[in-house]
Design a protein around this ligand. Sequence first.
Ligand code: GAP
Length: 471
Amino acid sequence: MSMTETSRIVTMDKIAALSKRRGFVFPGSDIYGGLANTWDYGPLGVELKRNVKDLWWRMFVHQRRDIVGIDAGILMHPRVWEASGHVESFNDPLVDCRTCKARFRADHLIEERLGLHVEGKSPAEMTAILREAEVKCPSCGNATLTDARQFNMMFRTTIGPVEETGTTVYLRPETAQAMFVQYKNILATGRVKVPFGIAQIGKAFRNEITPGNFIFRLLEFEQMEIEYFVKPDEAAEAFEAWIASMQGWLAHIGVRGENLRIREHDAEELSHYSSRTLDFEYRYPGAMGWRELYGLANRTDYDLTQHERVSGQDLHYFDQAENRKYLPYVIEPTFGVDRTILTLLVDAYDEEATVDVNGKPDTRVVLRLNPRVTPYKAAVLPLLRKPELVEPARRIFDDLNATLGVLLDYDETGNIGKRYRRQDEIGTPFCVTIDFESLEDQCVTVRHRDDMTQDRIAIDALAGWLAERIA
Ligand code: GAP
């Protein structure tokens, strides 16, 4: 897909429409008119998401001896967020319009209107830039924007039946803190030695001022994060190794390279905990352009130092080989699950000019997803809904299901052309068709999603043939 932005076929609207039509992602609370910026994964979306999470866990936890997993709670002690700096610093700059009451993120407004990257600048500095350029409200066009002010993005709730006397707690804005808080318990299990990592997949919540772009910026989302604990003087080397591992992951799930780049944060943009951060950016369609997909940060010993101070616990690591104690540095590769899903859909979307069964010009929509992540690995289709074809087709489906242990589709409704199109649109790499000839020669037709070529395969050899291609 080396193409200019204007010639790019994919748009966010097409992805959102396909997602709803085929059951990847639905608007949240849809029958109530939706709840803005909430989305639910449908039958195909949940499979795609599970595949992504399972592949990630396999690559970074099961296949490595230096990383262990945890699954922590969303609610944590409120002092965790004091220690981590989130109560103090997890803010976004907000501007309101006095006329129409619309709300904007000041940094995004400046970026959109003036093309300046100002993440990390103070609200006063952003206000000055907005005033200088006489930026007006994008909603109503009036010059009535307030000064920028900080807005804490953590969602708050109360533990206890009586709100006034209950304890205020936060829905975690990142999964990372549980890894710091449980680091001592994990060391005590005796299974790990520096360098080692703790991985977690789970929900995080942020009261984003300007969510949107379908599932790109959500209020509730999932993260796959690793906190990788290293000797302080080996942090730079570990950081470089993680760049390669993150690139390896993207290649593994089939995200093509031409729309990916790495961008280094400058000093002003760095989060309060980071000494070095890289964004893995993807070029999303249309006005969105290059945006953060994943991040890699050197969190130094910031979090452990803070948790030591606030909890009063000794979090130093005793290095037996060196016979000394130190606070490890932490390298943090972080991967948004929902952004991975969005990126996979955008990256895989393609349209091809073709002709329909009547010879009329038509468009074939095809999701060229890597078979590792597709919801269905293959679909079994009797050519017609006739008992003599349906019966062997169902048998083949059951046999493949038992042998392959992957999700397969079975579809006997509608004409075969329409069924192929549906499978193309949801990314199924292979369609297995049972026709009248199959009854004679005990073979089936396997159609390839990407180029629509067909192979004739013996039913006996089918499971092995598929296993080789979808493993
Ligand atoms: N623990 C570090 C951390 O949370 P972050 O860059 O704020 O760093 C990590 O978030 C990743 O989580 C991002 O790279 C992105 O993939 C995902 N993410 C962050 N905010 C999000 C949101 N509002 N909606 C969806 N995904 C989000």
